[in-house]
Design a protein around this ligand. Sequence first.
Ligand SMILES: [Zn+2]
Length: 271
Amino acid sequence: MRDFTLTQYRNLISAFLRAGYTVMPFADWCDCREEGRVLILRHDVDLRPANSLRVAQLEHELGVRSSFYFRAVPESFSPAVIRAIAELGHEIGYHYEDLSLLRGNRDEAIIHFQDCLVSLRRFYPVRTICMHGAPATAYDGRDLWRKTPDGGHAYNYHDYGIVGEPYFDIDFSRFFYLTDTGRRWDGWKVSVRDKVPEQELWLKRGWVFRSTDDIISALDNRTSAFAGQQPLMLTTHPQRWTDSTLAWTAELLAQSLKNMVKRPLVWLKES
Ligand SMILES: [Zn+2]
């Protein structure tokens, strides 16, 4: 069976439900801080927002709610799609990249951040944010929330009505993390920023999956990361998940090219 289709996505979420996971959007988790077999379900809407609406509808059919993070750029920010996804009961969040859009100017970036929150909040009362990795730029969006090396001011997203940012508010020594970055489930190896330090430890434990079927079978057999009470966050990029053969093939080719470009970037960053 082809991977990264909507059919396969439905199989994946159904497997989590069969395995007894409570599925919730990130903002809900920030409110309850529940542990145990919890799945925080997150989607980064990097482009092709219509695909995200299809994922949102599919989850609605399965009785599941999740978080959709929209960028403040035309290829992601679609008011019609944002409204429709919110109406299905899902959470809408801001997929921020202000520091790279403003080429590292922190004072301009924080103003841009606030403006974008205002724009998004016309459609939904946004409470959580999540960094867009932007592998081709030199800027790490999260640096806005950190002091500069010379002691410059660190902004605080809580000051803007934000209750959570996964990279800061989830303790990955307790949470497992799965992302379809690179159009595979072990793609963090080729990811520039969508990675957490614990991945090396998980690798040693054998908590590594390549295909969606690998995850489904581990879920059904209660093995690997799904044997115990480990909560997890799962991130998808809905632009990759499609049942259309043409779009599916185009995404496969585009991602293969991107992985070839990203690999040297990872090496540069790590060397
Ligand atoms: Zn992104």
